[in-house]
Design a protein around this ligand. Structure first.
Ligand SMILES: Cc1cc2nc3c(=O)[nH]c(=O)nc-3n(C[C@H](O)[C@H](O)[C@H](O)COP(=O)(O)O)c2cc1C
Ligand code: SF4
Length: 479
């Protein structure tokens, strides 16, 4: 277990600040979270003429709970309803929806194929309805759909069988998913047809009523891997122009086929070389890591270089894209960058740093991006580990112009309406605060549906909870 003090043990804002000082971290913190309509986090914003009613955003989160042909189930519907009652006025994508079958990250991922759009429409409508019922107004609620192809991490048919469609060889990643030579790399012709699938899915999303689509470029999936496709020959690799061709052609297609639909891009602002489990189960960099193949990474593979990411956001700006969501790394190769956690998922490594360092890294990198790209509306991620202090830091970040919106992921699985409580000034319910137990990641890694088994009463009473506890115990015994 991690050797760092738990955030729950920091009882006052001064204790929390003291810990940040001990670690030499620079994220801002305010003493008091202001409630009410005049508060910083309740302020509306306008992006490309579209209103967003406050500064909370729900980040996309899938539940590995769709049908094998890519349609939602009751569990998916429940999650989207929870997003609707969260109080956040920006819903960034709901969850990753594959634009075609071979791009699914698991056999239960939603997929925009056949007549599935009808049921994905139901998710949209349930969310809007839930928001209307609770808050009485959806005029300033902006809801988008995240479109994806999982590339290297595709597992479309069987949970345990990787069917990677990687962009290029990568020595530190290939054997994780069974890439043994270049024969299975995704071809240029496949990328061209995939661009059409993205555009077709965006057209469906617009018909449903989604106001924007996120062309996903994060977490090691296809769009993200293309951004660092330095070793890929041909029109989609090598130069910056080639590495962004996929995105640019999707955007051109959407502009032509779905005029009026806003486009957003969620991307991993930085990455490090892949980490592996080292001594004492603590994460350590894989010696085979090649920093050139990881976007936003310094030459030594363990630092942030924002030169190309800034250029990327400037390119997006020139394409009229102002909706940006930053995240970091990959949940497979650098989970401590991406979702800082006290307890890692059972197939992961123990955190190599106090997870607060990971939160600080995302906040400061996002602030540096915002400074260089002031016209972008930038949503930050990775705040859940702050737990009781999300409001204090989130308010300070927005107040200082270090990000425009505070994105929440895991926290809304355990405590869906935390944003509403913060804005209303209602006493935050400590027993619902996500303590980063990582069951929502461990469960799908074990082939089960995701959900907050420790804290959400609905998942707590499921038989899967017992099963998960058993599997976790078995893997601990194996170490
Ligand atoms: C269960 C689970 C599912 C996720 N699914 C997605 C997804 O579909 N698309 C995506 O871009 N990120 C996904 N993420 C990452 C989150 O959006 C977010 O970046 C991450 O959890 C860090 O934010 P947090 O600290 O608020 O949890 C997922 C995370 C979790 C825990
Ligand atoms: S399972 Fe629940 S408490 Fe654990 S990380 Fe996920 S949301 Fe948080």
């Amino acid at each position: 277990m991690a050797k760092y003090p738990r955030v729950a043990s920091l009882k006052t804002v001064d204790d929390f600040r003291g810990r940040l000082n001990d670690l030499d971290l620079r994220m801002p913190v305010q003493d008091r979270v202001e409630p009410g309509p005049d508060s910083v986090l309740a302020q509306p914003a306008t992006v490309n003429g579209v209103s967003i009613g406050n500064r909370f955003c729900i980040l996309p989160m899938e539940g590995w709970d769709g049908t094998t042909d890519g349609r939602p189930t009751d569990l998916t519907r429940r999650r989207w309803q929870n997003f609707g009652i969260s109080g956040a006025k920006l819903i960034w994508g709901g969850e990753a929806v594959a634009v075609r079958h071979d791009g699914r990250a698991n056999p239960n991922q939603l997929c925009m194929q056949g007549d599935n759009a009808n049921e994905i429409a139901e998710l949209h409508d349930l969310l809007i309805h839930a928001h209307q019922e609770r808050f009485g107004d959806t005029e300033d609620l902006l809801v988008g759909l995240q479109l994806t192809h999982s590339g290297r991490y595709a597992r479309p048919n069987q949970k345990a069988v990787a069917e990677p469609r990687a962009v290029q060889r990568n020595p530190a990643l290939d054997d994780r998913v069974g890439v043994v030579d270049s024969s299975g790399l995704i071809s240029d012709d496949e990328l061209k047809s995939l661009i059409e699938d993205f555009v077709r899915s965006a057209v469906e999303a617009q018909k449903i009523g989604f106001r924007f689509v996120d062309v996903k470029h994060c977490h090691g999936y296809l769009g993200h891997e293309l951004l660092s496709g330095m070793d890929r020959p041909g029109p989609f690799g090598g130069s910056f122009e080639n590495r962004t061709r996929f995105l640019r052609e999707i955007v051109a297609g959407i502009r032509a086929e779905a005029p009026g639909l806003e486009i957003g891009v969620r991307f991993s602002l930085f990455d490090f070389v892949p980490f592996v489990t080292g001594d004492d189960s603590v994460g350590t960099p894989d010696q085979r890591g090649d920093s050139r193949l990881h976007f936003g990474c310094t030459h030594d593979g363990l630092g942030i270089d924002l030169e190309t990411p800034v250029r990327f956001v400037q390119l997006l700006d020139s394409l009229g894209i102002r909706l940006i969501c930053t995240t970091a790394g990959s949940p497979y190769s650098t989970p401590h960058l991406q979702r800082p956690a006290f307890f890692p998922p059972s197939d992961g490594y123990q955190p190599p740093e106090d997870p607060l360092v990971g939160v600080d890294r995302q906040i400061l990198a996002t602030a540096a991006l915002k400074q260089q790209c002031p016209d972008a509306f930038i949503v930050g991620s990775g705040y859940t580990y702050l737990q009781d202090w999300i409001g204090h830091v989130g308010q300070a970040v927005v107040d200082a112009g270090m990000a425009d919106s505070i994105g929440l992921g895991r926290m809304v699985l355990s405590y869906p309406d935390l944003p509403a409580d913060i804005i209303a000034g209602t006493q935050v319910q400590r027993k619902r605060i996500c303590r980063t137990f990582s069951d929502c990641t461990t469960a799908p890694r074990k082939g089960m549906i995701s959900g907050c088994y420790p804290l959400d009463p609905f998942y707590k009473q499921m038989p899967e909870r017992t099963e998960l506890a058993k599997l976790k115990k078995e893997s601990t015994n194996m170490v």
